[in-house]
Design a protein around this ligand. Sequence first.
Ligand code: NAG
Ligand code: NAG
Ligand code: NAG
Ligand code: NAG
Ligand code: NAG
Ligand code: NAG
Length: 253
Amino acid sequence: MMFIFVMLGLVLCKELAGSSAVTTVFVQKGKDLHLHVNKPVVIPEYDEFSWRVNDTGSIVRLSPDNKVRIVDPYKGRVEFSVQNHSLILKNVQHSDSGEYTALIAGDETQRVAEYKVIIQDPVSPVNLSVNSVSNSTESCNLTVTCSTEDSLINSTFTCDKQTCHQEGGEQSTNTTSGSYLHVYLLNEFIICKHSNQVSCTSNKTEIQPLCSLTGSQSISLCLMKTVMISVGLIIMVSAVISVHLMKRLKKQE
Ligand SMILES: *[C@@H]1O[C@H](CO)[C@@H](O)[C@H](O)[C@H]1NC(C)=O
Ligand SMILES: *[C@@H]1O[C@H](CO)[C@@H](O)[C@H](O)[C@H]1NC(C)=O
Ligand SMILES: *[C@@H]1O[C@H](CO)[C@@H](O)[C@H](O)[C@H]1NC(C)=O
Ligand SMILES: *[C@@H]1O[C@H](CO)[C@@H](O)[C@H](O)[C@H]1NC(C)=O
Ligand SMILES: *[C@@H]1O[C@H](CO)[C@@H](O)[C@H](O)[C@H]1NC(C)=O
Ligand SMILES: *[C@@H]1O[C@H](CO)[C@@H](O)[C@H](O)[C@H]1NC(C)=O
């Protein structure tokens, strides 16, 4: 019994939290912002529907007689659907960030959708450079720098004949511009990745050509095979020749 009540409580809490939750939306500067009212809305007869930003200015208003009014600064940048109340704001700029709400206003005001909109620039390219390589017959160490214009990660990789690993595991940092820089190992490649919520750039370098460990191993294996096959051939040929010679000698006798 207690259990059922607890479960019910959890479900109710979840629903309440869900209905009042603000959804965060990231949009790349210059792209379009799409906002929807996810639940079906019933607009009472004398009420007005509107999309507003920062609780101050309206973007679009739908009057009780179903007339759409797009507010001046947004003319030409906004598409609004009377059917489903979706809003499209085109070519967003940083100044378009803010809290967007869909309201039904009349005798009472009701929020039917709420979004926190964050506009981001695409991230800058990354540089991945190899600072040093030290090779021995048993192991290979290399250090790399993964950098953007405002942040940097140094990382060291150690390889033996079988595998490579990254000292201290994957390395990452948050940049001052709010993006994420990340260096890690993936299938013999070192990957340097710069990302935020709207874009990603990366660069990679293959370990094997830098560390000649596996390379030298396969060369020596190849060499050994060649030598063995050659020796085998020589032995076989000389065996055949000597049998021939023996037969001739016997005939002459
Ligand atoms: C809302 O309607 C418009 C056209 O009227 C359509 O392009 C858009 O996809 C619809 N949005 C949703 C969420 O259904
Ligand atoms: C909303 O408010 C934020 C922070 O105060 C501001 O940066 C943003 O430009 C405002 N958005 C609009 C569309 O006025
Ligand atoms: C690589 O680093 C490890 C540990 O720091 C060290 O034991 C090894 O000798 C180094 N190998 C080379 C080729 O420098
Ligand atoms: C990457 O390296 C090149 C050449 O070393 C340099 O010209 C460029 O500015 C660097 N870019 C970044 C993002 O550090
Ligand atoms: C990273 O490595 C470079 C080259 O070895 C060095 O100049 C720089 O000081 C290092 N930076 C950090 C933060 O360790
Ligand atoms: C970067 O920021 C995120 C969110 O603020 C945080 O969860 C993460 O631990 C940070 N990572 C680093 C490497 O500082």
